[in-house]
Design a protein around this ligand. Structure first.
Ligand code: SAM
Length: 212
């Protein structure tokens, strides 16, 4: 059974588990980190905002065993679960902090990469922009920001009924706006460049670079 409500939603609606969707951040993450190939792997810092119960951090730890990992979330209950899950892994424990992604408690340009999985559909539009601005601020020049979230309306009109169902059944108040929102425009407004997107079944990915 699912570790959190989001996974349960995904399983009920889409008949799959969310981990394969999370796993798709790994390739662009590794690709983005190639820009720092002269940095020792243990000095690479990666932040997962809204890390929830730590499922993405677990996948990142397996893919990048030496990197320094950080996770933040609003929910202390989720962070406690994340701590349990990540403690089962060998290697250094990610540093977990309770924090609002709209106001990250890190200095400018601290991270080589920042990831966000299944957060943006939960945020009101102004918070979406503020979170993107904060992720830009804490990313190093030359670093990357990767977003994984739900598919949007323009990607796949045939899935519109499924998306509308998700919004209604699970009382996600901002999802309806999210599926029409232009995150590329928001990323550009914050200063990110070289932005690419990919859609896979019900999930969508943005890879954005902070200019070097
Ligand atoms: C759908 S869950 C996804 C969690 C995790 N990324 C995953 O893939 O399992 C959304 C998460 O966003 C967190 N969250 C919502 N708004 C937030 C905010 N403004 N700042 C930080 N975390 C937030 C929630 O507490 C929750 O853990």
């Amino acid at each position: 059974m699912s570790a959190n409500l989001y996974d349960l939603q995904v399983e009920l609606l889409f008949g799959g588990t969310a981990d394969p969707m999370r796993r798709r951040i790994l390739a662009p993450l590794k690709q983005g980190l190639n820009a720092f190939s002269s940095t020792p792997p243990q000095q690479i810092r990666i932040l997962d905002i809204a890390c929830g119960t730590g499922r993405s951090l677990k996948l990142i730890r397996a893919a990048l065993p030496k990197a320094s990992l950080f996770g933040t979330d609003l929910s202390p209950a989720y962070l406690r679960k994340a701590n349990q899950l990540l403690s089962q892994n060998p290697g250094e424990l990610p540093q977990l902090l309770q924090a609002n992604a709209e106001d990250l408690p890190y200095q400018d340009s601290y991270f080589h990469a920042v990831t966000s999985v299944f957060l943006f559909h939960e945020l009101p539009p102004t918070a979406r922009q503020q979170v993107i601005e904060e992720c830009f601020r804490v990313t190093q020049p030359g670093g990357v920001f990767i977003i994984c979230d739900s598919l949007q309306m323009s990607d796949s009109p045939e899935f519109i009924p499924v998306m509308e169902n998700f919004s209604a059944v699970f009382h996600e108040p901002y999802y309806k706006h999210y599926i029409t929102d232009d995150l590329r425009e928001r990323l550009e407004k914050a200063g990110f460049t070289n932005i690419s997107t990919e859609a896979h079944f019900m999930s969508k990915y943005w890879l954005a670079h902070k200019p070097a």
